[in-house]
Design a protein around this ligand. Structure first.
Ligand code: SF4
Length: 379
């Protein structure tokens, strides 16, 4: 029987770099984009033999800004995917898109390509925040893009929203959430801003932590997010992700459940048969060697049983429903308590982790210090 597979495709271009972003993306000319699309298609075609063992059930096109490619380029990429890979009957196919880079024609081509989920980089409903973040769009343009997407027939849309902006008050954050739920998307990703080294925000705010929320304020932001979104029918299923019933992102769940996925494109990561590997992050090397992935892959590592157990825990505990003890036993032939008895006991006593029937999951207090807790599941 063919195995289940997810595909991630990376588009490393943006119209303009945002002030907080350290993702692998850059501004590019039309020629650079065209050369990249050609290389991406070569990489896709190189998987012909590998693809024979799999059926694809999720695809995620991310970036960067995939919607800064021309409609015809997106179509060529999908033609190659359909030529090489076999798909299940109703796959989830997502593309990220940014307001200011879409029009009716592009959305129609997306539909024709089988894309059935959009993830829109909204980030804020306030123009002054969008300016501070260095986004290329304003709220009016977000509304237009959202409306166009609905008119084109997209019934599964995620909106990205960013909290903890410099000097943002609790009231302002509530307003952001209220206006977002009024748009009635199927999914909301609400991330807290992180100041990453090497970004303009780092230069500006690293020396001014007082402008960013402290631990207590972060807790209030988290609680407000959960309260408002849950009151409006969005269930939290991961630390930063909320969805209407049955609208969780299957592709992202695959990452947290350690399902197999193949990353295609510059810098993309794969997990195949417990092998973790990354494509090169050097554009020139990618353009030259994309047709022979084994020559441009980096950090190829076979995960030992011990590392698989660690990943099972620190990825699985990101989900609000946590991990299953039975699944742990099925995967590793050992009882979860035999491996993590002491750690679990400590966190359960401290009120950071809860156990309910077969499942172990983080409590609200646990989520607030999740990085600290998850790191204790590493051997
Ligand atoms: S659009 Fe997204 S990927 Fe591009 S610079 Fe902004 S945050 Fe980064």
């Amino acid at each position: 029987m063919k195995k289940d597979l997810g595909l991630y495709l990376h588009v490393p271009f943006c119209v303009k770099k945002c002030n907080y972003c350290d993702f692998l993306s850059k501004e590019a000319t039309e020629e650079e984009k065209e050369a990249y699309v050609d290389a991406l298609i070569k990489e896709i075609k190189s998987y012909k033999k590998f693809a024979g063992n799999y059926k694809v059930s999720t695809v995620f096109v991310g970036g960067g800004t995939p919607s800064c490619l021309r409609a015809e380029q997106t179509k060529r990429i999908f033609d190659a995917l359909y030529e090489i890979f076999e798909f299940v009957k109703h796959p989830e196919i997502t593309t990220e898109m940014n307001p200011g880079t879409v029009d009716r024609e592009k959305l129609e081509v997306y539909k024709a390509c089988g894309i059935n989920r959009l993830s829109i980089g909204m980030q804020s409903v306030k123009d002054e925040n969008l300016k501070v973040l260095g986004r290329i769009h304003n709220f009016e343009q977000l509304l237009e893009a959202y409306q166009l997407a609905r008119e084109a027939g997209f019934t599964n849309i995620n909106l990205d929203l960013m909290s903890s902006l410099p000097s943002q008050t609790k009231e302002e954050w509530e307003e952001e959430l209220q206006k977002t739920v009024e748009l009635n998307p199927e999914h909301i990703s609400a991330y807290q801003l992180i100041i990453e080294e090497g970004t303009p925000f780092y230069e500006k705010y690293d020396a001014h932590p007082e402008l960013l929320p402290n631990e207590e304020e972060s807790r209030a932001i988290y609680q407000t997010t959960k309260r408002i979104l849950e009151a409006n029918g969005y269930m939290q299923y991961e630390i930063s992700n909320y969805a209407k019933p049955q609208k969780e992102c299957k592709h992202n769940l695959r990452y947290w459940e350690r399902g197999e996925y193949l990353g295609i494109g510059l810098g993309s990561a794969s997990l195949i048969q417990n092998m973790r590997m990354n494509n090169t992050r050097e554009m020139s090397e990618y353009l030259e060697k994309s047709a022979v992935p084994k020559e441009m892959r980096k950090d190829v590592e076979f995960l030992e049983n011990r590392q698989q157990i660690e990943e099972f825990m620190f990825l699985g505990l990101r989900k609000t429903y946590g991990v299953s003890k039975k699944e742990f036993h099925r995967a590793f032939g050992r009882e979860l308590e035999d491996v993590y008895g002491q750690t679990l006991k400590k966190f359960i006593e401290e009120g950071m982790i809860k156990e309910k029937k077969d499942r172990i999951f983080l409590t609200e207090d646990g989520v607030l210090v999740s990085n600290q807790i998850l790191s204790e599941f590493l051997f």
